[in-house]
Design a protein around this ligand. Structure first.
Ligand code: S3P
Length: 189
């Protein structure tokens, strides 16, 4: 596998995978690519992948939008905390969390204690461009996406910053981001 900046052989990736004794949890803003990057990371590490939002939808038999509409955000956050608690206590995996999860005190404490938290980050313009591709996010329904994303990013950064690993996911193939994550985990473990 090649990358202009980072190269890792399959043997090096396998050796790293053997050292990973906790779940790898991706946190960060909606639209940053946690699920896409998480899936690729899991494939390379031969670990299972779990998307917390999908697990919540499965448990509730409802979409995230429906949960917000029918029961409100507090109810969603409670379900999110329980689902993430289950996922981080399970065998090692790569887990993508919804953008607000790491900003909830209990959920963040749980992730910080039990997992390798990785803050996936990129600039506001790229986030706005990426969230525009889907219409499934309840927090973007009532207002200008650029304003909402800018505000949430500002409010949430103090929480995201508590993750021990910070990775920028700018333009370019996700594969580059994945390799940067692998290198960062290698150095951090
Ligand atoms: C949310 C982000 C969403 C989802 C829910 C709330 C947030 O997940 O959990 O709509 O508070 O930022 P993504 O980050 O996967 O879009």
């Amino acid at each position: 596998m090649t990358n202009p900046a980072i190269q890792l052989s399959d043997a090096e990736i396998d050796a790293l995978a053997r050292r990973i004794d906790r779940p790898v949890v991706l946190v960060g803003m909606m639209g940053v690519g946690k699920s896409t990057v998480g899936r690729k990371l899991a494939t390379l590490l031969h670990l299972p992948f779990a998307d917390a939002d999908e697990a919540i939808e499965k448990a509730a038999r409802m979409s995230v939008s429906e949960i917000f509409e029918r029961f409100g955000e507090a109810y969603f956050r409670d379900g999110e905390r329980r689902v993430i608690a289950r996922l981080v206590n399970d065998r090692p995996a790569v887990i993508a969390t919804g953008g607000g999860a790491f900003c909830q005190d209990e959920t963040r404490t749980l992730i910080l204690e039990k997992a390798i938290p990785i803050w996936l980050d990129c600039d506001t313009a790229a986030l706005v461009e990426r969230v525009g591709r889907k219409d499934t996010r309840p927090l973007l329904r009532n207002g200008d996406p650029h304003e909402i994303i800018s505000r949430l990013k500002r409010e949430r950064e103090p929480f995201y910053r508590q993750a021990p690993i910070h990775i920028l996911s700018e333009a370019g193939p996700h594969q580059h981001t994945v390799l940067r994550i692998l290198k960062a985990i290698d150095q951090w473990l």
